[in-house]
Ligand binder design. Structure first.
Ligand SMILES: [Zn+2]
Length: 172
């Protein structure tokens, strides 16, 4: 039985189904069928533009984001799929937060829904600090399939751990 460390938050029957898929060697095919292609947003510049566009659509009033970048140092485990940092600095007489979003490089060669899910997650932290009800409500407002995408992403991380094979690796 696999430990399924990325799926510990899900109910046992669901985890049993995943174990079954793994045992029958069907997990990779299932993911590839559900998500045929990578998104192609490969540079930090393109990533920033993508996240900024999402912010403009849903969180125009929230504080600005200074930087968005892929970060290979983010070890993807449990909740740490991305990172949102706010460095406070004094500007004149006011304390201003400089928001930066870092996204694990595993999302670079991945389907758009996975990138969108993590971008939505980190953007939601501009308004909600904790992973509470209000936070997930905001996530689901920005992306109604948020929970499905997170689950599928965790399936992919499970697949990566077991096989070491990136399903959507770029051609060059
Ligand atoms: Zn978070």
């Amino acid at each position: 039985m696999h430990t399924l460390k990325y799926l510990t938050a899900y109910p046992e029957p669901l985890r049993a189904q995943v174990s079954q898929l793994i045992a029958e060697e069907r997990l990779g095919d299932l993911l590839r069928r559900r998500y045929p292609a990578a998104h192609g947003i490969r540079t930090d510049k393109a990533l920033y533009a993508y996240v900024q566009e999402l912010k403009d659509s849903y969180l125009r009033q929230a504080e600005p984001i200074a930087k968005v970048a892929y970060d290979s140092k983010i070890r993807v485990i449990q909740h740490a799929l991305g990172l949102h940092t706010a460095v406070s600095r004094v500007q004149g007489k006011r304390l201003k937060a400089k928001h930066e979003i870092r996204i694990g490089t595993v999302f670079r060669d991945a389907p758009l829904p996975f990138l969108r899910m993590i971008a939505v997650h980190e953007l939601a932290h501009l308004k909600e600090k904790e992973h509470d009800k209000a936070f997930y409500k905001l996530c689901c407002w920005m992306e109604p399939q948020y929970h499905q995408y997170e689950f599928d992403l965790r399936l992919y991380l499970t697949w990566l751990d077991l096989s070491g094979e990136r399903l959507w690796a770029a051609a060059a």
